[in-house]
Design a protein around this ligand. Structure first.
Ligand SMILES: [Zn+2]
Length: 394
């Protein structure tokens, strides 16, 4: 049970009880649709009259729609209910250093439009370009109601100010993206860092983690980020800065990290680490990108594989720390590293078995797709959860 926060609480009213039951019905719809009212009674344990009142209210508010009439051997034929997918349209924007994705999704989380555009050099150009595209999409799908845009950023977002904390890989000056985008579109904007977005994607859309409520997502790119879902909720910490395990020191005698400290986990286990290992092994400074290492590995270059094996060893060390400390059901890896996960997984698992042997059931898995899709789905989930998550009480 969550301790009541006496600085921020709301007493329970009959409205809140109704709200909770509404959300339960909406979630059952999301999982089982199309369903009849009798199915909803069975799945929810609520009484017929309660289900009837809630569904009528949700239909009146356009959250549900009635569909086809079902066939039964005898008795009254049930009318199936669906989520009204056109009730709201949600925009998701995934900003990355080189490319930015924009998607429009419906209430079911299905993408109606998805595009990838080069990331503008300046945040001002981003605002102009993307607000114009959003207005065009709203005109293309005029039946929907639009309320919100979710934005995923390659850096941390300070939740108290909703400003993103300078993301060096992006090269933009820290700006009030939220305020500017809201002004330009008339919609409200929520921002989240990429690792948290990926974690939300697993919670709301993950097929293999379906039903699990303790999920860690490790995003592996030039750095390492961790998104944490504990008890079905994103863990944000003070100012939303939790999850920076990439900057936990694992060897104080290690190389200097971009954050200024020495021997952070990401200095040993990120894509940049694999590039450094390769260059150290060959004694040349010839390789620049992780994509080059992957290409060499697929050409059976033994040094490229050795560099990847060392990276896997260190990924295992860090993941063992996460597993020991947080006891997740599953750890999902996101990033280009999933292209070589068949080789890395046994190395990672071996380290975990040695170092986190008290958690034999934990599952380590590669994300089903590379880094772009989980971020985009996750930022859509960030907005959609406002309609489906339990209302806040006390
Ligand atoms: Zn660091």
């Amino acid at each position: 049970m969550r301790k009541i926060d006496l600085n921020n609480f709301q007493v329970a009213t009959s409205g809140i009880v109704r709200d909770i039951n509404c959300r339960i019905i909406l979630n059952l719809m999301r999982k089982y649709q199309p369903v009849s009212r009798a199915d909803l009674m069975r799945h929810s344990g609520l009484q017929r009259s309660t289900v009837s009142v809630i569904t009528e209210q949700l239909i009146a508010e356009r959250w549900l729609r009635e569909g086809e009439v079902g066939q039964l051997p005898r008795g009254r034929r049930p009318t199936f209910l669906h989520l009204n997918e056109n009730r709201v349209g949600v925009f998701g924007i995934n900003i990355q250093p080189f490319t930015t994705d924009i998607a429009l999704a419906n209430l079911n989380g299905h993408f109606l439009a998805q595009e990838t555009i080069s990331t503008p050099k300046k945040s001002e150009t981003f605002i102009t370009q993307f607000s114009a595209r959003i207005r065009e999409l709203m005109e293309e799908y005029p039946l929907m109601t639009y309320e919100e845009i979710g934005v995923s950023l390659p850096g941390r977002v300070d939740l108290s100010s909703q400003k993103f904390i300078f993301a060096p890989n992006l090269g933009w000056q820290a700006a009030d993206l939220k305020g500017q985008l809201e002004k330009a579109t008339g919609l409200s904007v929520s921002m989240e860092n990429a690792a948290n977005a990926c974690a939300l994607s697993e919670l709301w859309f993950g097929k293999r983690t379906n039903g699990e409520r303790n999920i860690l997502v490790v995003t592996v790119s030039e750095g390492i980020g961790v998104g944490m879902i504990m008890n079905g909720q994103l863990v944000r910490g003070t100012s939303g800065l939790a999850g920076e395990f990439g900057h936990v020191t694992i060897d104080e005698n290690g190389p200097q990290c971009g954050c200024g400290n020495y021997g952070c986990w990401e200095v040993f286990a990120s894509n940049s680490a694999a590039v450094r290992y390769y260059n150290e092994m060959t004694g040349k400074d010839s390789l620049k990108t992780f994509a080059e290492i992957l290409a060499l590995a697929f050409q059976k270059d033994p040094t490229a594989w050795k560099a990847l094996d060392r990276m896997a060893e260190y990924l295992g060390k860090g993941i063992a720390m996460l597993v020991t400390g947080l006891a997740p059901d599953a750890v999902v890896i996101v990033g280009d590293v999933i292209h070589v996960w068949d080789r890395m997984n046994p190395i990672v698992m071996k380290v975990i078995q040695q170092r986190a042997s008290t958690h034999p059931a934990v599952r380590i898995m590669a994300s089903g797709s590379t880094s772009q899709q989980p971020r985009l789905s996750g930022i859509i989930a960030l907005v959609l959860q406002k309609y489906f998550a339990a209302p806040t009480v006390a």
